[in-house]
Write a new protein. Structure first.
Length: 163
């Protein structure tokens, strides 16, 4: 469990830095395009794609990091009114469902990235595997963060690991 926690800390740190990088790219490219369009009356070919693909990466990595920070949507009313044993069972079912969901979307994202390996973006000619790789990257992080939460809720991890 300690190894999983260290691995997840690495994933969260990498996801945080990646999110900041892609948001920085958006923060530079979008104003650059606006100034170019309205001040110099010239548009760049690449700015739309770069900002869109950066947004995809920032969303997937930011969503994964947000999951670690507790920004997930949940309805806790039922869990709070149930006795402890059924509440644990319901939480376990929710964790297992999330693990299935994230695992499935990780696999689907890998498929999409591989399937689009020979496709290139229209403006800059980038391999479409690069933007599609945001899906498996984000869901990979989400899967392992949820796995740690699930194992922590079973009492196999440090106290306070499970929500």
């Amino acid at each position: 469990m300690a190894a999983l926690h260290r691995f997840n800390e690495f994933l969260v740190k990498a996801g945080s830095w990646g999110t900041m990088l892609f948001l920085l790219i958006i923060a530079v490219v979008v104003p650059f395009e606006v100034v170019g369009r309205y001040v110099f009356e010239r548009m760049t070919v690449w700015s739309g794609e770069v900002s869109t693909y950066s947004l995809v990466w920032a969303s997937m990595l930011g969503g994964a990091v947000g999951l670690r920070k507790g920004y997930a949507i949940s309805i806790t009313t039922l869990v709070e009114v149930l006795p402890p044993a059924p509440a644990r069972l319901l939480k376990s079912a929710a964790y297992l469902s999330a693990l299935f969901f994230f695992g499935t979307l990780f696999g689907y994202g890998l498929f999409q990235a591989a399937y689009n390996a020979h496709q290139t973006s229209p403006a800059i000619g980038m391999m479409m595997t690069i933007p599609y790789a945001a899906l498996p990257a984000g869901f990979f992080i989400m899967f392992f963060l949820t796995l740690e939460e699930f194992l922590g809720s079973l009492g196999r991890g440090p106290k306070g690991m499970g929500r």
